[in-house]
Design a binder for this molecule. Structure first.
Ligand code: FAD
Ligand code: SF4
Length: 481
């Protein structure tokens, strides 16, 4: 006999972890399925290749569909309980009204800063978001700050979901070993799982959403051993991230023209400056300050985040000079000076021209299609970063290949089925009782880091489901301990 839940949530990252935790906390009977392993702070260690093998999806590449611009784009995301929040750098930024205006214009939905404020507030209080007063504690940050000052600009401390136990070790991308860095794993999920309110099934790959008569009825998945299972649900929430959710919908034959389209990247590249004294930019809270003044498109359309270099493998495999990706003696020389490099992360606004395709055998392909004005924004960001490093006194400038850690928008919200996959509440226009609860729903990429907005939208979705105005949830609330 198949099991039955009020809500089955697929994917435990910024979106799914919050929807599942919020609903479990309100006494709803929730199952959370996650394809990655359930690892905790006790497992996290700074063995770079092991951690990325265990906790990340293998790096995927978005291929240039048109102008190759800066080349293929490496797509980085988490594959573990907590999803990408378990391996991210914890910046907590709200979207501005300028961003919501872009969303509204693209999709016909209407969202505003005022409407979203209570949801952001709730997430911030849950995660303990704080201003990083210790932002310029390390020499590498002071080096970069001096470069900004020399040009008449100012670096500002970030708000982050890290508590005061953050020892600035720099290993956020391998999972925080102290739990000072928050994620959906060590907040929304653990709190409810430990209390027995939430069923969590890690290493379970959702194959398809089951439907009948235009309604979602459950999920078919495979467990760690490959054994197939089905579970029934009043409501299914797909939250596999902006790369995973459209694939799940495609496998489930959800027929909407926007599935897999409108993929945005918020593309990023490092500019690295070399200094005479050791900077140890791998041993600092990776991103403790930022420069947001040029975020609006009419001011350049980019932001700069300071300061970090990845661990040695990530640093060296991505290093570029004017000849492209580095190799041989110049790479060896640069790597030998690992401790002396300072990295600025330069991210630019894009226009959601990417897409995801899945062929009949289930093989996925990711495409980017940057237009000349988008490439110009990225070049302007890189030029700005270079000027800052030079003003700080760098003796050599290098940079990284092109990457995205902020994929968004591949199942966007829209006023109707012709303009989006889901409505303003996240419900599919085509299949009732099916919701999308992750970064896929963003109509346009944000110019700031997206996780806080994903979590605020997920909180809003949990409120909507729990209010049960559609009458989808048939069970009554359980007594919450
Ligand atoms: C290195 C890095 C640093 C970042 N730093 C920041 C930051 O400082 N601040 C910020 O705001 N944002 C940051 N981000 C981005 C942010 O973490 C993501 O935007 C956010 O986590 C996306 O949430 P999501 O729910 O859409 O997807 P995810 O958090 O990626 O969660 C999706 C989950 O679904 C699971 N899944 C996928 N397919 C299936 C399937 N078929 N069955 C079951 N489970 C499945 C995945 O394993 C994953 O756990 C960073 C990202 C990276 C990679
Ligand atoms: S820098 Fe802080 S938040 Fe990041 S892993 Fe280290 S202790 Fe955790």
């Amino acid at each position: 006999m198949s099991e039955r839940f009020d809500v089955v949530v697929v994917g435990s990252g910024a979106g799914g972890g919050v929807v599942a935790g919020e609903l479990a906390e309100r006494g709803r009977n929730v199952l959370l399925l996650e394809t990655g392993p359930h690892l905790t702070a006790a497992d996290f260690e700074r063995w770079e290749s092991k951690a990325s093998h265990d906790m990340w999806f293998p790096i995927r590449l978005a291929l240039p569909a048109g102008d190759p611009g800066p080349g293929p784009l490496a797509l980085i995301s988490g594959r573990c309980v907590g999803g990408t929040t378990t391996i991210n750098t914890k910046l907590a930024l709200r979207a501005s009204q300028r961003e919501f205006d872009k969303w509204n214009a693209a999709s016909g939905v209407q969202l505003s800063v005022e409407e979203m404020a209570p949801f952001y507030d709730r997430v911030c209080s849950y995660l303990g978001v704080r201003r990083r007063a210790d932002w310029n504690w390390r020499q590498c940050v002071r080096t970069a700050a001096a470069g900004f000052e020399a040009l008449g600009y100012e670096l500002e401390p970030v708000d982050a979901y890290t508590d005061e136990n953050c020892m600035q070790c720099g290993s956020c991308l391998q999972g925080c070993p102290t739990n000072a860095g928050k994620s959906t794993l060590n907040t929304y999920i653990h709190r409810n799982w430990v209390a027995g309110r939430l069923q969590l099934r890690p290493e379970c790959w959702a194959e398809r959403i089951l439907t009948a008569d235009g309604h979602a009825t459950g999920v078919q998945y495979r467990d760690e051993s490959g054994a197939p299972h089905t579970v029934e649900a009043d409501v299914v929430v797909a939250a596999c991230g902006a790369l995973g959710t459209p694939q799940l919908l495609m496998r489930s034959e959800i027929d909407n023209p926007w599935v897999g389209r409108n993929l945005g990247f918020h593309p990023a590249q490092f500019v690295f400056g070399l200094f005479d004294e050791p900077q140890d930019a791998h041993m600092v809270a990776p991103i403790s300050s930022h420069f947001l003044e040029n975020a609006p498109d009419d001011r350049g359309g980019y932001i700069i985040e300071a300061v970090t270099v990845q661990d040695p493998i990530g640093f060296t495999v991505a290093l570029c000079d004017e000849n492209g990706p580095m190799w041989g003696e110049p790479l060896v020389e640069a790597a030998k000076k690992y401790r002396n490099w300072v990295g600025l992360l330069c991210l630019s606004n894009d226009d959601n021209n990417g897409r995801i395709e899945v062929d009949a055998d289930g093989n996925e392909t990711y495409w980017c299609d940057f237009q000349p004005h988008e490439i110009e924004r990225q070049q302007a960001a890189m030029e700005f970063g270079r000027r800052v490093m030079e003003a700080a006194g760098a003796s050599q400038i290098l940079w990284s290949t092109f990457a995205s850690t902020h994929v968004q928008g591949s199942c966007r919200m829209g006023a109707d089925a012709g303009s989006g996959v889901v409505d303003i509440h996240g419900e599919s226009h085509d299949v009732k009782r099916l919701y999308v609860g992750d970064s896929s729903v963003f109509p346009r990429t944000l110019s700031v880091n997206p996780s806080l907005t994903v979590m605020a939208m997920a909180t809003r979705l949990a409120d909507h489901l729990d209010a049960n105005e559609s009458g989808y949830l048939s069970g009554s609330r359980q007594l919450v301990a």
